[in-house]
Every structure is written in C-alpha cells, then in structure tokens.
Write a new protein. Sequence first.
Length: 178
Amino acid sequence: MVAGPGGGKGTQGERLAAEYGIQHVSSGEVLRAEAQAGTPAGREVAGYQRRGDLVPDDIVFDLLTPVVSAAAAHGGYILDGFPRTVPQAVAAADVGRRLDLTLDAAVYLNVPDAVLLERLLTRARADDTAEVIKHRLHVFAETSGPLIDYYRDRGILVEVDGYQPPESITADIKARLP
Ligand code: ADP
C-alpha cells in the first residue's frame, strides 16, 4: 500500500487484513518498535524517523524481511509503507522471487496534500510536527511518482480516491483487487 504520510495506509491496512484474515505489516511500525527497543539499529532508526527521512534500505530490509516471510507463511499480508521508493521495489521483487512471494497488487491511496497536512496535525505522533511533516511530504513527492509509475507499468496498480470515508475507501479497494 502506497500513500503519503497520513494517507490512511494504517487504517486501510487494518481493515483489509481483518476482512481477508491476513496480516497487516506496517514498515513504520516495525521500525518504530525497533527504535523503542533501543537496539543499536533502533537508535539509528529513531534518528531518521525523528527527522522524517527514509531509513537506509539495509536496515529496512533486515528488519522487515523476517516479518514479511512469517506473514506470508500464514496466508498472506498487506504491506503498508514498503516499498517506498523504486530501488526498494526492485530489491523487494528480488527478495520476493527468492522467497517465492508474489505481489498481487499495489494499492495507491490518493489524497491531496492539504488533507494530509490537516490529518497529521490532528494526529500528533512524535514525527507529526509541522516542520517534519513538511519534510515527509517532500520526501513522498520525490519518491512516490516514480514508484506509482513502476507499479502501473507492471499492471498491478490499484489507485483509489483516499479522500472519502474509510468504509468507502475499503469498498473501492476490494472492488478493484484481483
Ligand atoms: P507515514 O506514512 O505517516 O510517514 P510511516 O509509519 O509509514 O508513517 O513511516 C514513518 C517513518 O518510518 C518514515 O518517515 C521513515 O522514517 C520510516 N519508514 C517507514 N517505511 C519506510 C521504508 N519503506 N523505507 C525507509 N523508511 C521508512
């Protein structure tokens, strides 16, 4: 699932996982849990997250691969927040081939920036300060276009209007999933 910060990936990920009886894996959550655990990798992660920068790929892959493999072994998964860049998508496709995982769809929740900003300012997570939000929106703008094109070219992009009530978004996604 691809969406800007505050785009509803978490909400929709939870709803879809419950509907399909599969796991919801959030890259942001996995990384935050590591940061909370205070491991050396976690301390590094915390710095990137605090600034709203992308965490380096090697750390993301090390932490996420075991979680995704375990979820895949239990019937499938909704992956929220990863891949976030074309290089991550290319590397993930490689890992997927090795682990015999198939990516069925890439769901893009399209939400205007002004709405994202408003949602994040009311959510107030530690990285939801005006300055950091601005930076995350910038990072998303830089990376999302190419990522969305990458999945569109592969014929698996499902783009939905993310500025609707949560139930309508879930219904739109379900209607369009293969
Ligand atoms: P949001 O989509 O609201 O920014 P997330 O929980 O998805 O929230 O991500 C929070 C932070 O976690 C990001 O700003 C980034 O630092 C880190 N992060 C999450 N996913 C990735 C990823 N795939 N690659 C690199 N960093 C990531």
